[in-house]
Design a protein around this ligand. Structure first.
Ligand SMILES: *Cc1c(COP(=O)(O)O)cnc(C)c1O
Length: 346
């Protein structure tokens, strides 16, 4: 990649292929869907499609995107606030979020295979984000749904997406609680942890897969991770355009900004990065440096007070940019050029 092309996204497709293959192996008989909202990039989806049992989509837009690319692959359609048009979309599974949504589904007169989304209110410790609030139904809502099923709308089982950012142990604990409900089929959601502060610490897929196998007891289990599948294969590559010291604080300003990679702002972390010394211009060296982008807002910060060195022209490679990165960012703010997209291929 030429420096002139910065900023750019770089996706390592062989690394994604290897990672998802290893997750697939660890899961044994548990079905694996990919939550498309983490990153709907078609090149990534093509790699994923070789390994997953299906895709989880949460809007008509994601549904159209995925079914156009992979007409034969099963789709699970979820998400709060589905429109009547969305309830009419073909699916392998439909995750129903409320009794009234089920009534609207029945009113379509169409066939459907339903998982009821339970909001189990289980205590979730150590989660980055707990999916409580409006998602799914409590036990009363589920009880209200059960007698409504009729005709060609079939109850297949239960769906739950409990929290985001959990290690294998706590996720298995939650699964154990959930599997006390006697359903033949249970989708346990996503939320497997990705550590941005210690990127080498990975979710223990082997322990999770073995734990689920022990809990399954003949039931059909499914998970639908997003972040932990694609985060690692993406990089945001940019270049230092200015360095300075303002009231004692050293800054490196890079081309682009968090309108391309919103993740550190939304999650409040320092985005992990490496510097390739391609610059040789003015520098700040061996002191805490704050890395900012080109946006005219104090929120445009990638990482704060990281002790390192940076020179104008240096290449900065932000890691863990393959999920909830480009596709959740506010691209048009300030009208800077969009990044290029590059794909490493086998
Ligand atoms: C976001 C979401 C996922 C994926 O979550 P990750 O944290 O990316 O693994 C799975 N299922 C549902 C219902 C979701 O909303």
């Amino acid at each position: 990649m030429r420096l002139g092309e910065a900023p750019a996204y770089l996706y390592d497709l062989p690394a994604l292929d290897e990672h998802v293959a290893s997750v697939r192996r660890a899961l044994g008989g548990t079905e694996l869907y990919y939550a498309v909202k983490a990153n709907p990039d078609a090149e990534l989806l093509r790699v994923l499609a070789g390994h997953v049992d299906g895709f989880e989509v949460s809007s008509a837009g994601e549904h159209a995107h995925v079914t156009r690319l992979f007409p034969g692959l099963p789709v699970a359609l979820g998400g709060p606030g589905k429109t009547d048009a969305e309830l009419r979309l073909p699916h392998h599974r439909l995750h129903v979020e409320s009794p009234n949504e089920l009534r609207r589904l029945l009113a379509t007169g169409l066939e459907a295979d339903v998982l009821l989304r339970l909001n189990p209110g289980l205590p979730v410790e150590g989660a980055a984000l707990t999916m409580s609030g409006p998602f799914g139904m409590d036990e009363d809502g589920i009880a209200e749904c059960l007698p409504l099923f009729r005709d060609r709308v079939r109850l297949r089982g239960l769906h739950a997406h409990l929290a985001s950012g959990l290690a294998a142990g706590p996720l298995l604990e939650l699964a154990r609680g959930l599997l006390e409900h006697a359903y033949e089929e249970v989708n346990l959601g996503g939320g497997m942890a990705v550590s941005y502060t210690s990127p080498g610490t990975r979710f223990d897929w082997a322990a999770y897969g073995a734990g689920l196998a022990a809990l399954a007891r003949g039931r059909r289990l499914r998970i639908e991770p997003g972040r932990a599948l694609t985060a690692y294969c993406g990089y945001y590559v940019t270049r230092v355009v200015d360095v300075k010291r303002v009231r004692g604080q050293a800054y490196a300003v890079v081309l682009g900004g968090t309108h391309h990679l919103r993740t550190p702002v939304t999650k409040g972390h320092d985005q992990p990065f490496a510097i390739v010394p391609t610059g040789g211009g003015a520098s700040v060296a061996g002191e805490p440096i704050t890395f900012v982008g080109q946006l005219c807002t104090p929120k445009d910060v990638f990482a704060r007070d990281v002790v390192t060195s940076a020179a104008v022209g240096d290449t900065v490679i932000f890691a863990l940019a393959g999920a909830y990165a480009w596709n959740i960012s506010h691209h048009d703010f300030l009208m800077h050029p969009k990044p290029a997209f590059h794909y490493l291929r086998a």
